[in-house]
Design a protein around this ligand. Sequence first.
Ligand SMILES: Cc1cc2nc3c(=O)[nH]c(=O)nc-3n(C[C@H](O)[C@H](O)[C@H](O)COP(=O)(O)OP(=O)(O)OC[C@H]3O[C@@H](n4cnc5c(N)ncnc54)[C@H](O)[C@@H]3O)c2cc1C
Length: 468
Amino acid sequence: MTDVDYCVIGGGFAGLTAALRLKQAGRTVALLEARDRLGGRTFTETRADGSWIDRGGAWIGPGQERIRALMQDYGVPSYKQYTDGEAMMLVEGKQYRYTGTIPWSMSPWVAMNLGAALLDLGHLCKSIPLDAPWTAEQADRWDRITLAHWLNTHVVSKAAHELLETAIAGAYTSAASEVSLLFALYQMASGGGPGFVLGIEDGAQDSRPVGGMGAIYRPMAAELGDAVHLARPVKRIQQDADGVTVFSGKTTVRARRVIVAVPLAIASQIRYEPLLPVDRSFLHQRMPSGAIIKISFIYDEPFWRDDGLSGQSAAPGSPATITIDACTDTGRPGVLCVIVEGPIARRIGQLDPAERRRTILDALADRFGDKARTPADCIEQDWSAERYSGGGMLSHAPTGVLTQFGHTLRTPCGRIHWAGTESSAVMCGWVDGAVRSGERAADEVLEQDMVTASGSPANDRGAHRGNP
Ligand SMILES: Cc1cc2nc3c(=O)[nH]c(=O)nc-3n(C[C@H](O)[C@H](O)[C@H](O)COP(=O)(O)OP(=O)(O)OC[C@H]3O[C@@H](n4cnc5c(N)ncnc54)[C@H](O)[C@@H]3O)c2cc1C
């Protein structure tokens, strides 16, 4: 039995941040991570030539000050995403090249539809209270309809519809018919609006840390030292009037409080004693992750740059739905990243690896020429096949969930506190949101214990509201 002040479950950015903040506040902490690695939905692989590949979360953008603060603490510089050259859209069998955010080279009608829809969405996002999106004036109405319904009724041009569906539903790595409009608006608003979510320059894909996300999470882990326990999947959390006991195989941790920093659907696999309050338990059951496969093709050179292309392309319905230049700061080797999301990711995830690779390379060759057919290497990560992620990039809420259960996203259940990017009101779904959630959860437990120490009754509402 390890006896500490606090236990943190999950070694993604949320859990690492929470544990570090507690340690820096002079408390003892045990961080239990199920996998034999840290980083969670970020995973940086260093290659023999010293270059690196981010198999999961990779990009950062303006407004993401908390991940930036960590980068500053650990001396990790950033570099700008390569955007020189033309991007590509492939819609209804035609290829359009363009620069900037809106593909004006498509027909004015399509561009107008795209622009108008983005303006509309931006306007709706402004009315969402980030701390409590379920209290938005139109919350009930927007939580009854899906993103697909909104697109169907607001975007007339078929091409614009396909592009928006790919881009916006793609962010939830699900079909637009699976995602509540209220959730989509809230998540976009938490990042500052659709321009941020979909944008490269000054958007969510503006820059990357040199060395990848691992350059940040590795020194965090080093600072935590022997507080980190790998290969410790937590199976059970028992709470009583004095503390919590956390069970993970042969390791048992006794602590005053526990922070659970695992994806929502995965949190439902832990056994809670007593049972969690019904609304929190139902939240776990109702916020699934989507499907995403990230494939990095490695070439000697980023040959597309010489051809005047940025490497960015979007092709709704294609097995290589989105591509983006993912070279390191040196630009060598050439790394072209293919991101496949939602229903297509589930479909191609079932192909045998050789067939999947051939299908995707055929699509790349159509866009970037024959040189694309012969990568020197390929690194593939199917996040849906990861037991402790259950998909990616983030959990989303289907219709009815935010208005019914959203209020439990951050509410502690007795001595159990919740972190994870999905619990962040700002940058929900991004690494920065994970960091913010870890900071908030750590502050919360410290504050609760200060209240207890000062003699006032601790605010442990919900501790025993569950059924025995
Ligand atoms: C392919 C992909 C691309 C992405 N791109 C970007 C991007 O470019 N920029 C960006 O900002 N964000 C991106 N994201 C999202 C970003 O990666 C996540 O928002 C962020 O990493 C989530 O951090 P977290 O700590 O909340 O959760 P996680 O990273 O999921 O951490 C949870 C941890 O809990 C562990 N765990 C689970 N169950 C248990 C258990 N029972 N016991 C112990 N441990 C357990 C897991 O192993 C994991 O380490 C991307 C995600 C994916 C998958």
